[in-house]
Design a protein around this ligand. Structure first.
Ligand SMILES: Cc1cc2nc3c(=O)[nH]c(=O)nc-3n(C[C@H](O)[C@H](O)[C@H](O)COP(=O)(O)OP(=O)(O)OC[C@H]3O[C@@H](n4cnc5c(N)ncnc54)[C@H](O)[C@@H]3O)c2cc1C
Length: 496
């Protein structure tokens, strides 16, 4: 039984069904991997209505040394917002809207539980727009993106969310409510990508842009991955800088058709009916890759960007397809409809190695007989965010566990090409040495010890791998599972 919190009764629940909903995120993980080692079921859920209530909850939790895990839309998949030591889940979704645009300063103040889609929609009706947003914008919240990696659509032109922040209001792990700026002590930058481990963000102030006067979208297909890689690299350095550059390989296009969607650039089979199964497994039926580039801003700059595309080494597809692809930019996971489950690795990758990484994934797919599709965004001129996804079946626990092990092979391949995981949460803690230098990790731990000496905020994440995710236990286990995965798949392909 929870101690009595000073909250209206409808703002706290210990109902088992509700708590169970908060014991997972997007990634279905078998209980054997969660409940055996972690306490993912929270003891209670609190849903404060405002910053004062957040501060009250944190103050009381601090006095009881009770773990608190902030959770917004839960659209992350590394258990970032799932407790691993029980305690409270602090659901921030009631801290929503209160969108206040300052047109003169081109900034907006907003509550953290507002989704990026809602914020942009409201701003556009007032002649402004967000500068960038995650491709999960329909669900993902403003505070959630500040608390994670904060790169996505528009980052190529406008930078990371970290570059756009003006101020944050936060509740520190002591329950103290503070207004932070770039120069405050602590500065707001400490809370960027802190994954809810340093406190709760209760208001965000960030820069916006005028609603773009013009935009144009273009889609290209490529016959080889080197040309795709060259195209992505040259566009991400070009001037005017594109608003966004999206790319995908043949495996991604094959997965789209497997899920019943049209894959742009695929050779059309007879009208109607799904493509034959043989084609779905054969990326040879698709172009090696595709790329969508969008320009937004003043008409002259948009036209200049469009004119520069003549030099791109690919085949431009009809403009209706480009427009359709743009309109689907928030639905990349639509290939999950092919079912039953999808697993993924999400990595930062130097764009100069994009073609080599994609070729490596293709080789791995053929060797292990696993369908894999990769797609992503150029998020800076030098770096891309690349997602490699593969279908699995969570209903078959043993085979699914083995499939989870396969993610390590993709991570290792990414690391071979200079990449590192995009985000930490719980499941990427074995890769901490790839994510941070020793000095950076020491600094992060210093901040945590300073602000949260009792470790109540989202414990078990970000700063150290808990057992059984210690690199020494994780690496051999994941390798064994991955080998088992390949054996499962070979057996499957052999059976009629
Ligand atoms: C289809 C799809 C596309 C995606 N595209 C992108 C993308 O383009 N770019 C990208 O970066 N990510 C992307 N993601 C990952 C994810 O959607 C983002 O990281 C998103 O910003 C998380 O927001 P959320 O509201 O779901 O946060 P949650 O998942 O609820 O929480 C994420 C983390 O932030 C903490 N947190 C949440 N709110 C607060 C708060 N107010 N104060 C303190 N801590 C808080 C939580 O404790 C947790 O550690 C994608 C995911 C999906 C499923």
């Amino acid at each position: 039984m929870m101690p009595i919190f000073d909250l209206p009764p409808d703002r706290l629940t210990e109902d088992l069904v509700e708590r169970t909903m908060y014991a997972r995120d997007l990634a279905p993980v078998p209980e054997i991997m969660t409940r055996s080692f972690f306490q993912t079921l929270p003891d209670a859920i609190v849903r404060p209505a405002n910053a004062t209530q957040v501060a009250d909850v944190i103050r009381q939790a601090a006095s009881l040394q009770l773990p608190v895990t902030p959770r917004a839309a839960g659209s992350t998949s590394y258990y970032n917002a799932v407790p691993v030591r029980g305690g409270l889940v602090l659901d921030v979704n009631s801290l929503r809207y209160d969108i206040s645009l300052d047109t003169a300063r081109q900034t907006v103040r907003v509550l953290p539980g507002t989704t990026w889609f809602e914020l942009d929609d409201t701003l556009r009706r007032q002649g402004a727009a967000v500068r960038s947003y995650p491709s999960s914008a329909i669900a993902a919240t403003v505070g959630g993106w500040v608390s994670t990696q904060g790169h996505g659509i528009g980052s190529l032109q406008y930078g990371a969310i970290a570059d756009q922040l003006v101020s944050l209001q936060v509740v520190l792990p002591t329950g103290e409510l503070r207004e932070l700026t770039r120069n405050s002590d602590p500065p707001l930058s400490w809370f960027v990508a802190a994954e809810g481990t340093l406190g709760v963000i209760t208001t965000v102030e960030l820069g916006v842009r005028p609603r773009p006067a013009a935009e144009s979208h273009h889609l290209f297909s490529f016959d080889d991955l080197d040309a795709l890689g060259t195209g992505v690299q040259s566009l991400s350095h070009s001037q005017p800088r594109p608003y966004t550059v999206f790319f995908a390989d043949a495996g991604y296009l094959a997965l789209l058709e497997r899920a019943g969607f049209h894959a742009p650039g695929a050779r059309r089979q007879e009208a109607g009916g799904p493509p034959p199964a043989s084609r779905l497994l054969s990326p040879a039926s698709y172009p090696a890759g595709m790329l969508m580039v969008s320009f937004q801003g003043e008409p002259a700059a948009v036209n200049q960007g469009r004119d520069g595309l003549a030099r791109l080494p690919g085949r431009e597809l009809p403009s209706e397809l480009a427009l359709e692809e743009w309109s689907l930019r928030l639905y990349h996971l639509r290939n999950k409809r092919g079912g039953p489950s999808l697993l993924a690795t999400d990595i930062w990758l130097p764009l100069r190695n994009l073609a080599a990484y994609l070729a490596g994934v293709r080789k791995l797919a053929v060797r292990s007989r696993q369908q894999i599709g990769s797609y992503g965004l150029a998020i800076t001129p030098e770096w891309g965010q690349v997602m490699s996804i593969y279908p699995t079946d969570e209903r078959r626990t043993a085979a699914y566990l083995a499939a989870i092990g396969f993610t390590k092979r993709l991570h290792d391949l990414g690391a071979h090409y200079g990449g590192r995981p995009y985000g930490v949460g719980l499941w990427n803690t074995p890769y901490l040495s790839r994510l941070f230098s020793r000095t950076d990790l020491r600094e992060l731990r210093r901040r945590k010890a300073l602000l949260d000496p009792h470790g109540i905020m989202n414990p078990g994440k970000l700063y150290a791998a808990p057992f059984p995710l210690w690199p020494v236990t994780f690496a051999p286990a994941a390798t064994a599972l991955s080998l088992a995965h390949t054996t499962f798949l070979r057996g499957e392909r052999r059976s009629p």
